[in-house]
Design a protein around this ligand. Sequence first.
Ligand SMILES: [Zn+2]
Length: 84
Amino acid sequence: MDTSETCPGCGGSFDVSDGPTHRYLGASPGCWAVYGEVLAKEYSDAAYYRVHRLTVDAYSAQHPVQRNILAGVQPRQSSRWPFI
Ligand SMILES: [Zn+2]
């Protein structure tokens, strides 16, 4: 049995997980979990605040919206901090 899976967004290999993922970004649960660890690090140290927006933008660009699951989901209108 495979213990890793390929994220459909970024193509990275992550541990198989049945955890949550974003509602419409095309990320695997394992990739989403790693991204959460990065965000937790950024939120825990003010020195990372200045790069947070770059982190979010880069992750979002690598995980395009999955149009097949987009029906009924309204994109966020706000870009205020915190960007999640
Ligand atoms: Zn990914």
